[in-house]
Design a protein. Structure first.
Length: 429
């Protein structure tokens, strides 16, 4: 045999090895591909996990920054509110001893220190002097002199402020300063404070009036009038000073409180005027595009409740009887003894205790002048500080285009069984 050359043997061996490698590669190729794919998947998961961890870290940083910002913003708001409260309290000089738990609910049972009681007719002397000064000038100097003589009498400040404001609306700031002297005394007489609040509303000192009514509510939470006054004052603020949603929603909340609580027997049927007010607030909210405001069960909601005219008479002295009279353009007079009229006018129950209110409603008022009167029968609670009962009159009239016009006034009543004209409401043709 011819021997195989070494070169040929090596070539054959190399070819066999190459064939074996190819066969091995063919056998293991799928496994290698799966391994590579799994390795790539694990790598991608690792990248995704790292990215999620980074996202969470950044989100946590942002959350921490936001919480810090929110905390700082809240702190600044609280500081601003505290400053505003300090300004209001400084303006009225609330005594530190005037806390809701330190004395009673005011009125006849309120605690008074170093305050001169009202003496009937005594105001005529100093009012003549002030009136002469208003005509001739120098009223502030005259007032300062009179204050030195009568500065311990709340009725002096209330009567003087009313005279100054009635002389000219330009005296509103001076009149408010005079009236607010009542609050600088160490007095927790709720009736006196309501008188001050009503006067400040009349003088268009809205923020100060709200502060007073909020204080009254803290002192007299067992009286529904405390909540109605706050609701009505906020409604007046929204209609006169531009709509403010916060004040508007607070008015709804306060009126709802009157509906949801059980009150003393002398406040029976106070829910009726509160329900009227809530329907009025719903109409105001609808005009502002606000929805889902009704706070009570649906059975208390009356469809198409819109009223053309609402007249609301309340007063600041408990255990008091004042009657609301409304003379319609035809001359027909509506009052507790004649509750309905041919044009649809209706008046609420006759409140002979509490603070009222008595309410007149009319859905479609004919054009003309509606004369509002108040008949003061008597008070079973003496106004020893203020000298009189203040009647407050609100008249809400619908205007063209779905708007509303609110009139407000307050008058002091001190003569029994006298019918006093307190407001005229004109409905244009």
């Amino acid at each position: 045999q011819t021997p195989i050359p070494p070169q040929a043997f090596a070539a054959e061996e190399s070819a066999a090895a190459a064939a074996a490698e190819r066969e091995e590669a063919e056998v293991f190729a799928p496994y290698c591909a799966a391994f590579v794919a799994e390795e790539a998947r694990c790598r991608m998961e690792e990248l995704h996990r790292a990215a999620e961890e980074e996202r969470c870290r950044v989100e946590e940083l942002h959350r921490a920054d936001f919480e810090d910002f929110a905390a700082e913003d809240q702190r600044q708001k609280e500081e601003a509110e505290a400053c505003e409260e300090e300004e209001v309290c400084a303006a009225f000089a609330w005594p530190e001893s005037c806390s809701s738990s330190s004395h009673g609910f005011g009125g006849a049972d309120g605690v008074v220190k170093d305050c001169e009681a009202y003496v009937a007719g005594k105001e005529q002397d100093y009012l003549r002097v002030l009136e002469d000064a208003l005509r001739s000038g120098g009223v502030e100097d005259v007032y300062v002199r009179l204050r030195k003589e009568r500065g311990s009498s709340p009725s002096f400040f209330l009567y003087s402020a009313s005279l100054v404001l009635n002389h000219s609306s330009e005296n509103a700031v001076l009149a408010s300063r005079i009236c607010s002297n009542c609050l600088e005394m160490d007095v927790q007489d709720v009736q006196m404070m309501r008188s001050v609040g009503y006067f400040l509303l009349k003088a268009d000192r809205m923020e100060f009036a709200l502060a007073v009514f909020d204080r009254v509510r803290a002192l007299a939470p067992a009286e529904p009038q405390s909540f109605l006054d706050g609701a009505l004052a906020r409604t007046l603020r929204c209609l006169r000073g531009g709509f403010q949603e916060v004040a508007f929603r607070e008015a709804i909340e306060l009126a709802t409180t009157v509906m949801n609580n059980h009150w003393a027997d002398r406040f029976a049927e106070i829910e009726w005027p509160a329900l009227v007010l809530l329907h009025m607030l719903m109409d105001i909210g609808a005009q502002q595009g606000l929805k889902d405001l009704w706070p009570l069960e649906d059975k208390f909601r009356t469809p198409d409740f819109a009223l053309g005219l609402v007249v609301w008479l309340g007063w600041d002295t408990d255990h008091t009887d004042i009657d609301l009279h409304v003379v319609e353009p035809s001359g027909h007079e509506i009052f507790y003894g004649n509750k309905h009229s041919a044009i649809g006018g209706h008046i609420s129950r006759d409140f002979t205790q509490g603070y009222g209110p008595e309410v007149y409603v009319l859905k479609a008022p004919p054009s003309g002048t509606y004369t509002v009167k108040a008949k003061y029968y008597a008070s079973h609670q003496q106004s020893t500080l203020t000298g009189a009962t203040s009647a407050v009159i609100w008249a809400l009239r619908s205007t063209a285009g779905g708007g509303a016009e609110l009139q407000f006034d307050t008058v002091r009543l001190n003569r029994n069984n006298e019918v006093m004209e307190v407001m005229k409401v004109v409905v244009p043709a």
